[in-house]
Design a protein around this ligand. Structure first.
Ligand code: EPU
Length: 437
């Protein structure tokens, strides 16, 4: 078993490069299924989830070439692609369900395993289903698979989402690009990753109006063509390093993501007493041009009050970092979780480091303490794992985070990047744990 072992307390100082967003690139890869031929995606992070998507697309019959170091994935899509996403892969990565829309649109049939339980809530698929049915597909559940069939193809329609779901918006936009006629989606999600996917679809020949708003109009076309597209920067990874700087009293420059796609995050970071400077257009680590910002943390952060909301609100994926920061703040902070009902496993673990957190319904009240103390803790999901590492930066002594495969799913070179910022952290194997297997 591998763990991240860090010794604190420590301050982070230096520059970190952040590549493309996990939650965009996985969907861009799925969108490639909509066009026959070779689509190339750049600025791809070297993370486990990309490897899982490479495997999924390969099993569907695509020829996929992935250069992790260069950050390039090219996907050669044949005229006939497979229609089944296996349970083994969907279970490993829920984002596999993003092939549902493209497969139903292009092949008129998709069999995608239901993801099942998830460590951060029930995460239903009802809006994906209702939207595809509105577009004319017959949808049923069969042997654990979500089966969508539209023998005559999909037909444009008016859809209103109950909630601006990221996954449902993406699946329905992708499906509607090849539907006959016009589709409107009201109450659509507006996340920068959705904008990125819509922009790639437009480059591929799709007709989409209202990009970046809650009202999307998609005018169906007969076919799309392959393109080369650069993935938008990962605002959640960027936010992770920004919070790490703020809670450790450090000074970190983040290259590859602009504050323009993190409006609420910048406000909350400033509320902690941190200085947040927009560096505008800068030269990135790979020599290309991009955006960047710098965060200088206060000696001790002020407690902050945060409510997670769909974009442009404060992202749910940054909530463990808010809890970690509040736990060493000079007061009492509040975190209200409005997207996922069961994102609290992190709280039980951070309490092992001495954090004082009280959960009541969807609210967590966090009372700051002078110092946390290192302990063994376990990651239950990607962000919880990164959050435990951040808390460990402010914990005296050794913190060991297990479940690091979760962190690998979304953070490229996390240990190396933190080391470069001055953290005393290593990835080590531990064979001395009890095993009852
Ligand atoms: N929901 C439904 N029915 C649906 C769809 C969603 O009830 O048909 C509910 C979910 O149960 C959840 C809420 O709506 O309570 C939000 O779900 P949404 O569909 O917006 O999220 P998602 O597409 O499942 C993506 C990201 C998450 C991120 C959320 C919210 C990917 C692969 N995942 O999930 O990222 O937290 O949007 O921004 O894009 C992560 O990266 O660690 C992560 C969990």
């Amino acid at each position: 078993m591998e763990v991240f072992r860090l010794t604190g307390p420590t301050q982070l100082r230096g520059t970190v490069d952040v590549r493309g967003a996990k939650n965009s690139v996985l969907k861009l890869m799925a969108a490639s299924l909509l066009a026959v031929g070779k689509t190339t995606i750049t600025n791809v992070p070297a993370i486990l989830d990309v490897r899982i998507m490479v495997e999924l697309l390969s099993r569907l019959g695509c020829t996929v070439d992935y250069d992790a170091e260069a950050g390039i994935v090219s996907i050669d899509v044949p005229a006939e692609v497979g229609i089944q996403a296996d349970y083994e892969l969907v279970r490993a990565m829920r984002a596999s369900i993003s092939v549902l829309g493209p497969l139903t649109a292009r092949m008129h049939s998709a069999h995608v395993a239901l993801p099942g339980g998830d460590a951060i809530g029930s995460r239903g698929l009802d809006m994906h289903q209702a939207g595809l049915e509105a577009l004319g597909a017959h949808v049923r559940l069969e042997h654990g698979y979500f089966v969508a069939e539209a023998p005559g193809g999909l037909t444009g329609t008016d859809i209103a989402l109950d909630f601006p779901s990221v996954g449902a918006t993406e699946n329905l936009v992708m499906a509607a690009t090849l539907a006959s006629g016009v589709t409107t989606i009201a109450n659509a999600a507006k996340e920068p990753e959705i904008v990125d996917i819509c922009l790639m679809l437009v480059e591929m020949g799709a007709r989409i109006e209202g990009i970046g708003t809650a009202d999307l109009t998609i005018i169906g076309v007969d076919a799309l063509h392959p393109v080369e597209h650069r993935t938008v920067g990962d605002r959640i990874v960027a936010g992770t390093y920004a919070f790490a700087a703020a809670l450790s009293g450090g000074d970190v420059t983040v290259r590859g993501v602009g504050l323009d796609i993190m409006p609420n995050v910048a406000i909350k970071l400033r509320d902690t007493g941190a200085t947040v400077d927009d560096l505008g257009d800068i030269t990135l680590g790979d020599g290309t041009q991009g955006r960047g910002f710098r965060v200088i943390g206060p000696e001790r952060p002020h407690a902050i009050r945060v409510a997670t909301m769909p974009f442009p609100g404060f992202p749910t994926d940054l909530q463990p970092f808010v809890i970690a920061l509040n736990s060493v703040s000079d007061g009492v902070g509040l975190l209200s979780e409005n997207l996922f009902e069961a994102r609290w496993r992190f709280v039980q673990e951070v309490a092992r480091l001495g954090a004082k957190v009280r959960v009541d319904g969807n609210h967590a009240l966090i009372t700051g303490v002078d110092e946390l103390s290192g302990a063994e803790v376990e990651a239950s999901d990607i962000r919880a794992g990164a959050g435990l590492v951040l808390a460990g930066l402010r914990a005296a002594g050794i913190t060991e985070v297990s479940g690091v495969d979760h962190i690998d799913r979304g953070y490229e070179g996390f240990v190396q990047k933190l080391q470069a910022l001055g953290a005393d952290i290593v990835r080590v194997s531990r064979a001395d744990r009890l095993s009852f297997d």
